[in-house]
Design a binder for this molecule. Structure first.
Ligand code: GAL
Length: 670
């Protein structure tokens, strides 16, 4: 049986990607010693080393990797061993050009960068099988091996392929899904624009078309590519499971990544890991926080690892801003506070050659242990090593936001009433209020178990599939509060309209029907009136008829003025709220604050602005994180009936705590 993550790494993991194949052997020992000094306990090795391991077809050289793993083990550093498949060697595509992914215009990608493979290529899959089996067989008993790091950031650069082999695979995928061509015609609505198919081999990719594509076809292409890349992952996973049944496996996810349905992928992973690169001056810290919360939610709250972040600056933006002193440390604690049991970096040693040589790392070019970067890394590593007891603790959220990848794919397809709608921006808008109020929130799928939540928010849930509404009805009828925003419940899983009056599947739950949509141009606005207060609104208006709900805000202007903009409906033991527009943040804030109050959902402690407060729970122990993103210190009042232990300074504390600028306090209490 596969071991739990806490069994293999019973602590907060600290380390990063380690690419020793880019360095002379004499550096390896120095690396291991420096890693020890920095408190590193886990590194990911061999991610991009296929061409070094298998220099020619079938000829494997593991001598260097043997030495590296031995050195790391001798220094007490565990390894997430990569399967080396992220970037295929040039000899492979020279000999078998069909392994190359093909662009929309029919031109294949070439070696010379990375990830140029086609996930649908049988030859590529065979080559993957071979190298993964060899690596697994060789290192199955190596004591440094803690976990398998499968491939790397699947789909990062390339999540579509238009090769002939991909086309065959697409047709097969469709055949498996629909069985008969008549069913496919019905599911794709092909009587529209004379798109009927008689034979499977008439079907092409939904690209290179004179005008609009068939949205059902495009949606299926997205599903197909997600599945194809997922298959590739599962090929590796199955081999690893067979050879090393006890060793956990993962691949690393990305943020704001649309092509892969991470909820589905997580089911096949023992640990969710992801890579985070917020722009230091973006000024939207809630986004970074939301990515953490989403990652924590993918496996029902099981702690995740932040597999990659940068110490200082990346090299792939136009201008690569550097994190200021203390920021990297503080943001790393935000990772831990939001459920991270691993804080890792890309990469250990800053590269001397190649496209990423100006990307920050734990050890900078200067190789100076006194450098600011290394000092900050070392401080954090040594602090995290004091927090072993925290690993495995969980977040107890009373609220959730529905997040659905298929909905994301569908709602952003072309041909909509408003074609600038961004699913993520709508989700961010609601999430931000939770973030700013320090209210823990999970992300759930429309069909997730909602029994632990009092409040569920469903922004822009355009697609309602396979009876998901029944699940939401149950949640509300049993006492839950559901908030749904505009353009929700409109289509089924094929992107066909749910007939019966918008939003047909949610009509009785919300107690309304929407007769018409009235999207606004970029420079149009409207006002909504709620309890006599005025709030700006933009993007979208619904023309709503009440069917049991009552209005709690109305439009002030335009031809639908005085009609409901926001409605409230009692349904069973609970309440549903519908927002038929895109109101200002101040309104969303006000509405959610009212709900927090009514439902008694509160922050762990009161705090001034820009102070993140979160809790993690393990048995009777509660860990209270106070992260001060301000430059000046803040003093936070604590519950005077409790005694806390300051985990970083290992001393008791009561009544109040002062947290310096860009600093953190972690207090445990029970
Ligand atoms: C990630 C990738 C790493 C490295 C890093 C640079 O997307 O997994 O290999 O390229 O970006 O920021």
């Amino acid at each position: 049986m596969v071991k739990s993550i806490q069994e293999v790494v019973p602590r907060i993991a600290f380390g990063g990607d380690y690419n020793p194949e880019q360095w002379d052997e004499k550096v390896w020992l120095e690396d291991a010693k420096l890693m020890q000094e920095a408190g590193v306990n886990l590194v990911s090795v061999a991610i991009f080393s296929w061409s070094v391991i298998e220099r020619e077809e079938g000829k494997f050289d593991f001598s260097w990797l043997d030495k590296v793993l031995d050195i790391l083990h001798q220094h007490g550093i565990g390894v997430c061993l990569a399967t080396a498949t992220a970037s295929p060697p040039a000899w492979l595509s020279k000999k078998y050009p069909e392994v190359l992914a093909v662009q929309e215009n029919g031109v294949p990608y070439q070696p010379g960068s990375r990830q140029h493979y086609s996930p649908n290529s049988k030859r590529f899959r065979d080559a993957v099988r071979l190298i993964v089996s060899k690596i697994a067989a060789r290192y199955q008993d190596h004591p440094a091996l803690k976990m398998w790091h499968i491939n790397n950031e699947y789909g990062c650069h390339l999540s579509e392929c238009y090769s002939e082999e991909s086309l065959q695979a697409f047709r097969k995928w469709l055949h498996d899904r629909y069985q008969t061509i008549d069913t496919l015609n019905e599911k794709w609505g092909t009587n529209f624009w004379s798109q009927r198919y008689n034979e499977w081999d008439e079907i092409q990719f939904p690209v290179n078309l004179p005008t609009f594509y068939n949205p059902s076809q495009k949606l299926d292409y997205k599903r197909f590519m997600n599945d194809a890349i997922f298959e590739l992952y599962k090929i590796e996973k199955d081999i690893l499971r067979e050879i090393t049944p006890n060793v956990p496996v993962f691949t690393n996810f990305m943020y704001e990544f649309k092509p892969l349905n991470y909820f589905e992928w997580s089911k096949e992973m023992d640990l969710v890991t992801w890579d985070s690169y917020p722009d230091p001056r973006e000024g939207k810290p809630y986004r970074h926080a939301m990515h953490h919360d989403l990652m924590r939610s993918l496996k029902n709250g099981q702690p995740f690892y932040l597999m990659e972040q940068v110490t200082s600056h990346v090299n792939w933006r136009d201008i690569n801003l550097t994190k200021k002193p203390g920021e990297m440390r503080l943001w790393s604690y935000s990772t831990v506070a939001r459920g991270g049991d691993g804080v890792m970096y890309f990469q250990w040693r800053q590269g001397k050659a190649g496209a990423e040589k100006f990307h920050g790392a734990m050890v900078p070019h200067s190789n100076d242990p006194k450098s600011r970067t290394f000092q900050e890394v070392k401080q954090l590593g040594n602090e995290l090593n004091k927090l072993d007891h925290l690993a495995g603790s969980k977040t107890n959220a009373k609220a959730a936001i529905i997040f659905d990848w298929e909905n994301w794919w569908a709602v952003e397809l072309e041909g909509k009433p408003h074609n600038k709608l961004s699913y993520l921006n709508q989700v961010y808008k609601y999430y931000k209020v939770f973030y700013e109020h320090n209210i823990a929130v999970d992300f759930v799928r429309p069909t997730s178990d909602l029994t632990n939540y009092q409040l569920v928010v469903a922004p822009l849930l355009y697609m309602i599939k396979n009876g998901e509404e029944t699940h939401l009805e149950q949640f509300v009828s049993q006492g839950g509060t559901l908030l749904v925003s505009f353009f929700s419940g409109i289509v089924n899983e094929q992107d066909h309209i749910h007939l019966g009056g918008y939003p047909a599947p949610l009509r009785s739950l919300l107690g309304i029907t929407v007769e018409e949509f009235a999207p606004m141009s970029d420079d149009e606005k409207n006002i909504i009136v709620a309890n006599g207060e005025l709030f700006e609104t933009k993007t979208w208006s619904d023309v709503i008829h009440l069917e049991g709900a009552r209005p709690i805000a109305t439009f002030k202007e335009d031809w639908y003025k005085e009609k409901p903009a926001v409605t409230f409906h009692r349904y069973g033991q609970g309440n549903s709220i519908y927002i038929g527009t895109d109101p200002s943040e101040s309104y969303v804030n006000k509405l959610l604050e009212g709900l927090f109050q009514q439902l008694e959902i509160t922050a762990p402690v009161e705090s001034p602005a820009n102070v993140e407060v979160l809790e993690r729970v393990k048995g009777d122990n509660i860990y209270l994180f106070i992260l001060n993103h301000n430059e000046d210190s803040v003093t936070i009042s604590l519950d005077n009936e409790l005694t806390y232990v300051d985990c970083l300074h290992e001393k008791p504390i009561s009544n109040e705590v002062t947290v310096g600028g860009t600093d953190v306090a972690i207090l445990s209490y029970s």
